[in-house]
Design a binder for this molecule. Structure first.
Ligand code: TXA
Ligand code: MG
Length: 350
């Protein structure tokens, strides 16, 4: 397949290019587009044939439901029913933005989109290109992250091209994604609200609306027979760079010392080691390929760079990646959820 790639300036919002992409969606094609979280791979959510192509292009398991993206709140009327008051409160406070609400789906949603579940995830992104693109398509857009299944989600158009060039009709390029981790997925079919996937809207923020909101306890643990996450997608090994990842967790000074010791051992075995460091620690590593993921004093810089950092280590072909850990509060919960999964929960405590 010949993939058209076109860039759009967020300030100019070229309507001709966005309109061309919207038309492809209406005609049943696949379009990659930017959002504030990660890039999405979109198709008409109401067209089962088009949605099926998403699963094929990504190599995505059929039992993993998609999120439906809208630009206008009125669109939810036909897509879902029995919307609880709490869901409206979340929408009012956090839409448009990095939040997906799980609600009872209506019959217009094909089974392939919802993986045959009775519910569907709905999200209204805030990225200006995404909003204009969904509007121009005239339909709700089903979109998972625009990566090959299992790989780190793309936060930059170059990474979408790397994974999906030749497999989709159109790649609409914008700027690097601001949030860097995927949307917070909240189950609004239960009381109190349950976070199925931590993301850009933190638990602390959600509790301003629903005091009792909580995170599905399975999400931060290694999945096994007894601990099953409620979101189908959370059970897979995910976000994985090619090299294995190990997380070193504990006091920061001890972490740095442990990483330095491990790096030396790997170098003695002729292995290339990547280190996920921070602005505060990067100068303390003596050897290995060091990348600072951001500043500990601004965890949003860490979330923004997380997936891109993992992919950079792939480019450098390291044999092993050692990462510092982060405090599990605020956006740090989402960061550690993705990092734990990329490491297959390989955590060394110091
Ligand atoms: O930020 C995002 O949400 C991005 C951008 C493109 O909008 N999209 C995204 O989609 O991350 P995806 O498909 O990579 O992840 C969707 C997650 C999966 O873990 C899936 O299992 C869960 O949401 N999910 C979707 N519908 C669900 C439902 N009805 N019930 C439970 N979990 C659901
Ligand atoms: Mg994904």
């Amino acid at each position: 397949m010949n993939t058209k790639i076109k860039m759009v300036d967020e300030k100019k919002l070229d309507k001709d290019i966005i309109g061309e992409a919207g038309k492809i969606i209406r005609e049943g094609g696949l379009v990659v587009f930017p959002t504030e979280t990660v890039y999405g791979l979109g198709a008409n959510a109401l067209d089962p044939k088009a949605v099926k192509k998403i699963f094929e292009a990504k190599g995505r398991p059929q039992d993993n439901p998609l999120i439906v993206h809208i630009w206008n709140i009125d669109q939810i009327k036909t897509l879902v029913h029995d919307v609880p008051d709490m869901a409206y409160k979340f929408m009012e406070k956090f839409w448009p933005g990095p939040m997906t609400l799980i609600l009872p789906k209506s019959d217009v949603i094909p089974d392939v989109t919802s993986a045959s579940l009775p519910s569907i995830g709905i999200r209204m992104p805030s990225n200006v290109i995404a909003k204009e693109f969904i509007k121009s398509s005239g339909v709700p857009i089903a979109a998972p992250s625009a990566n090959i299944s299992g790989r780190p989600s793309p936060t930059d158009v170059e990474r979408c091209i790397e994974d999906l060039n030749g497999k989709v009709d159109f790649i609409l390029g914008g700027e690097m994604c601001q949030v860097g981790v995927e949307s917070t997925v909240i189950d609004c079919t239960v009381t109190p609200s349950c976070v199925l996937r931590p993301g850009g809207i933190t638990l602390e923020m959600l509790r301003e609306v629903d005091k009792k909101a909580y995170i599905d306890p399975a999400v931060m643990k290694k999945p096994d027979k007894n601990i099953k996450p409620k979101a189908p997608g959370m059970k897979y090994r995910h976000y994985a760079p090619k090299a294995p990842v190990k997380i070193i967790k504990g006091d920061l000074k001890k972490t740095v010392a442990k990483i330095n010791e491990m790096v030396q051992n790997y170098i003695d075995e002729n292995k290339a080691v990547g280190i996920i460091a921070t602005d505060e620690t990067k100068d303390f590593y003596k050897n290995g390929l060091v990348i600072s993921i951001g500043s500990r004093s601004n965890m949003f810089s860490v979330s923004k760079n997380l997936f891109e950092t993992l992919r950079c280590f792939d480019d450098k072909k390291v044999d092993i990646i050692l990462s510092e850990a982060f405090e599990e509060k605020g956006i740090g919960v989402a960061v550690m959820n993705r990092l734990n999964k990329s490491a297959g929960f390989n955590i060394i405590r110091v």
